[in-house]
Design a protein around this ligand. Structure first.
Ligand code: GUN
Length: 292
């Protein structure tokens, strides 16, 4: 068997074209341009590159974006003040604080300061908690991107065995909860899991977000499994690879996402989606007289 290689870039492009239409409708019907504020603290090259990608994607989608750059020495209070003014800024519908933050700033107090209605990253405790009951205001972007890929490929989730490798707050745990909400039988494996293959061999759908190149080899993948690789690792020779031995596993899986070009483009696409949804809610609130 040779797997279908899922083209995340193509799925993202199709969705972004649909989202552009929604932006045009918001502008024409309501005079509202969706707005995203991105806060970058410090000068990490990796964070700067992610942030540039987000700003460029906004521009291409017709979304207004504001990049707020603070020095690595900025205090937590300074950052909280910025967030507070963005929370009440009517031109801004989404607020994203790029992580990681410098060590002297408390991540949870910063994330919890973002208005839940503008938490387009889906990282606020309210949105995290909402994953348990299926009632988020916004779902986190990477897990949401995984869900959209499965939907796009018409891969059913209900009643299937899903194994998530990686238990991070940003990817592993929310992905598991979102797929459980769709009635999958979900197992989460993590760095302390003994005999990983014992679990991964059960997976109809295997989602891997461990940050370990070549963690998943063909011997621990069930024949015909759907393999979604969320890993993003830079090798010493500069190559970008996921967590899955792509060449080996593609001969055993039924579907597989490549790295790069699989889940990656979907994360930013879901950020655009959440920002547009936030602006649409804002427009509805104005129309129904709840906001001025
Ligand atoms: N750092 C790495 N990934 C992300 C992300 O999805 N959102 C934010 N805010 N920071 C990140």
């Amino acid at each position: 068997m040779s797997a279908k290689i899922i083209d995340g870039k193509a799925i993202a492009a199709k969705l972004r074209a649909e989202y552009h239409v929604r932006v045009d409708v918001l502008k024409a019907k309501h005079g509202i341009t969706p707005g995203l504020a991105v806060i970058l603290v410090g000068d990490s090259a990796a964070s700067r590159s992610y942030v540039s990608g987000k700003i460029k994607a906004c521009r291409e989608a017709g979304i207004h974006s504001e990049l707020i750059e603070l020095p690595a020495t900025a205090s937590e209070v300074e950052l909280l003040d910025r967030i507070e003014s963005l929370n009440t800024d009517p031109a801004i519908h989404g607020i994203l604080v790029q992580l990681p933050l410098p060590a002297h700033i408390g991540v949870s107090s910063v994330i919890e300061a973002i208005s839940v209605e503008k938490d387009v990253d889906g990282f606020h405790l309210y949105n995290m908690g909402g994953l348990v009951t299926g009632s988020t205001v916004f779902s986190p972007c990477t897990p949401y991107g995984v869900q959209k890929i499965l939907e796009h490929e018409n891969i059913p989730v209900e009643g299937r065995n899903v194994v998530v490798v990686g238990a991070s707050n940003i990817v592993g745990k929310p992905t598991a909860l979102m797929l459980m909400q769709q009635d999958a039988t979900v197992v989460i494996c993590h760095k302390k899991t003994r005999d990983l293959g014992h679990f991964t061999l059960l997976a109809d759908i295997l989602v891997v977000a461990a940050g370990v190149p070549n963690l998943i080899v063909p011997q621990i993948v069930r024949t015909g499994a759907v393999v979604i690789d969320v890993g993003f690792n830079r090798l010493p020779d500069g190559r970008i690879v996921g967590d899955v031995d792509f060449e080996g596993v593609k001969e055993k899986a039924s579907y597989i996402t490549p790295v790069p070009g699989g889940v990656g483009p979907m994360t930013v696409t879901m950020l655009l989606h959440n920002t547009i949804v936030s602006a649409e809610r804002f427009a509805t609130a104005i129309t129904s007289g709840f906001r001025r």
